[in-house]
Ligand binder design. Structure first.
Ligand code: E4P
Length: 212
């Protein structure tokens, strides 16, 4: 499973890259607003920091506007992935941009058939939102499991990008369900290595080695 970081904050992206485990970046309008930079200059900065795919969200509301926005976003850098919502306008724009060789990440996916349509429309990535489903007592893990079965049934190359990750448990669920990519906030990424027995084991070994 590949790891993307879910932020538009260049400092956080550098910190994740320092861990040696950064395959790409996802942003959305909320994350861009939090980073306090205009979208296009934020994306320019991020694309210069990482080699992997960087998702930037196009704004609609109609297919023609999504296509225009997507074409402009694709000019920012070679590794831009245009993010579009999984509705009818987004689907139409996904097909049009994918046919021009522009990578698309279809976002806000909450049921497997949305993902099926997006894969048929040529999406490079589909983003099921685990955390937001769990927030309403629905199962994000079940969604990814079903998407995995459907994609394997038809041999789709579209990658399942687990999003809305709020905890290490969500990362485990995404990996168990067969997600290709998991996009995580920095705090969750750092928590993945935490275990009290690892910390106490290191302390004991260091003491026995005379380092403490
Ligand atoms: C990533 O592509 C999504 O925009 C992001 O993971 C959404 O996360 P949230 O549900 O915590 O806002």
């Amino acid at each position: 499973m590949k790891f993307f970081i879910d932020t538009a904050d260049p400092a956080q992206i550098k910190q994740a890259a320092d861990l040696g485990l950064l395959d790409g970046v996802t942003t959305n309008p909320t994350l861009i607003k939090r980073a306090g930079l205009p979208r296009d200059s934020a994306l320019q900065t991020i694309c210069a920091l990482v080699d992997g795919p960087v998702s930037g969200e196009a704004l609609g509301p109609d297919a023609d506007t999504f296509i225009k926005e997507g074409l402009a976003l694709a000019e920012i850098a070679e590794n831009i992935v245009v993010k579009l919502p999984a509705n009818a306008a987004g689907l139409k724009a996904c097909r049009a941009l994918s046919q021009r060789g522009i990578a698309v990440n279809m976002t806000l996916i909450f049921q497997p058939v949305q993902a099926l349509l997006c894969a048929r429309a040529g999406a490079a990535f589909v983003s099921p939102f685990l955390g937001r489903l769990d927030d309403i007592c629905s199962s994000g893990m079940e969604l990814i499991e079903e998407m995995r079965i459907i994609f394997d049934n038809y041999g789709f190359e579209t990658e399942i990008l687990a999003a809305s990750i709020r905890s290490p448990e969500h990362v485990k669920q995404a990996a168990l369900a067969g997600a290709d990519v998991c996009t995580v906030p920095l705090d969750v990424l750092l928590k993945l290595l935490n275990h009290p027995l690892t910390a106490s084991g290191i302390a004991a070994f260091e003491a026995d080695a005379g380092l403490r």
